[in-house]
Ligand binder design. Structure first.
Ligand code: SF4
Length: 356
């Protein structure tokens, strides 16, 4: 298995890179889109960023929203015409609660667009599991509790749900197809001592990857660091142990657990990544990224309720530069490093390019 996680993937798309700056007239379609089909989810995770009152992310989210079936099929048609390479279904809610997901991925399976999903794993069964196994690129199951009791406490779900999810992952691995399945462990002050145990369990049921990420407890860096510093070294020790003892060909651990300050400070004035990986919400709004989804004053690029996504995207390039990261993004940003690499690449003086 080659590396699944890399911050440099965008450098394989030169045409896209060369279209990003304001002074180029060219507009190209996004490479990858996150679609949030529904905001409905039956889990009630204590750390869920979309349901937390103290984060800008999700502050204007309506829990009942869902993309109408016809709109979703139209979006998929547009993505194909725009040359979109990949779609990830994520939340808001859990994509597997969207009643038209099977029809949507069946349509996608007939295109060259790769697709993937983030899910809690509870509904990873039946036709949906089969079509993802056969045609999907990857699935990532979010997880936090390390056994039935702790999992139920984290998520406000019935006892036994952890076992159900683990069984679903194991059964998924036995299906025909090349779809990767992984877990994402969201580290907080209750599970940091169980990272090794949970990573091992995920490996034992057949997960290909485990990503380890911090839970976000506030919009500002110091507040997050204050929370994580208390158990940071112990969590890192667990990750080191997992990496030393569990890593092998076919099983990847992606350590994304870090103190957060550097993710929050931006020194650049436009965001390349919002043209590369935008978000379509369950409210049929287009947002700049997964860190600003459902924030009308911060991340909203426009609405496609009464307009095709493709027409919206190519209509007006200036909308891509209204967000100034230095002023508007003083919070977590998953694309911060990638934005910095791209700006560095684009701003290199042509006359000095040869001095590599
Ligand atoms: S800089 Fe980061 S947080 Fe701001 S719009 Fe871009 S991707 Fe989103």
């Amino acid at each position: 298995m080659e590396k699944l996680y890399s911050k440099m993937k965008i450098f394989h798309y030169k045409e896209k890179l060369d279209s990003l700056a304001k002074d180029t007239e060219n507009i190209t379609g996004p490479i990858h889109i996150r679609i949030k089909p529904t905001n409905i989810c039956a889990h009630h995770c204590v750390y869920c960023a979309y349901r937390s009152d103290n984060l800008q992310l999700g502050k204007d989210m309506s829990r009942k929203d869902s993309i109408p079936r016809e709109k979703m099929l139209e979006i998929i048609d547009d993505c194909e015409k725009m040359g979109v390479r990949a779609i990830t279904f994520s939340g808001g809610g859990d994509p597997f609660y969207y009643p038209h997901l099977f029809e949507t991925v069946t349509k996608l399976s007939a295109t060259s667009i790769k697709f993937a999903a983030l899910t809690n794993g509870s509904r990873l069964k039946g036709d949906l599991a089969e079509i993802f196994a056969e045609h999907g690129a990857w699935l990532r199951v979010s997880i936090d509790g390390w056994d039935d009791e702790s999992y139920s406490k984290y998520r406000g779900v019935r006892n036994g749900e952890f076992t159900n999810v683990m069984n679903n992952i194991a059964a998924f691995k036995k299906l025909r197809g090349a779809c990767y399945i992984g877990g994402v462990i969201i580290v907080n002050n209750a599970n940091f001592n169980h990272i090794f145990e949970l990573t091992s369990r995920l490996k034992n049921v057949g997960a290909n990857t485990v990503k380890i990420s911090p839970c976000i407890v506030g919009d500002n860096g110091p507040k997050n660091n204050e929370y994580h510093k208390v158990f940071y070294e112990q969590a890192k020790e667990q990750i080191r142990k997992a990496t030393e003892e569990l890593l092998e060909p076919g099983f990847e651990i992606y350590d994304s657990y870090h103190l957060l300050e550097e993710k929050f400070n931006k020194d650049y004035r436009w965001c390349p990544y919002l043209q590369i990986l935008p978000v379509i919400g369950a409210d049929c709004n287009v947002y700049s990224c997964q860190d600003k989804a459902y924030n009308f004053n911060g991340g909203l690029l426009g609405c496609i309720k009464n307009q095709r996504f493709m027409d919206f995207w190519f209509e007006d390039k200036s909308r891509f530069y209204k967000i100034d990261p230095l002023k508007h993004c003083d919070h977590h940003c998953v694309s911060n490093d990638k934005n910095k690499f791209i700006i560095d690449y684009l701003e290199t003086d042509n006359g000095h390019m040869a001095f590599v």
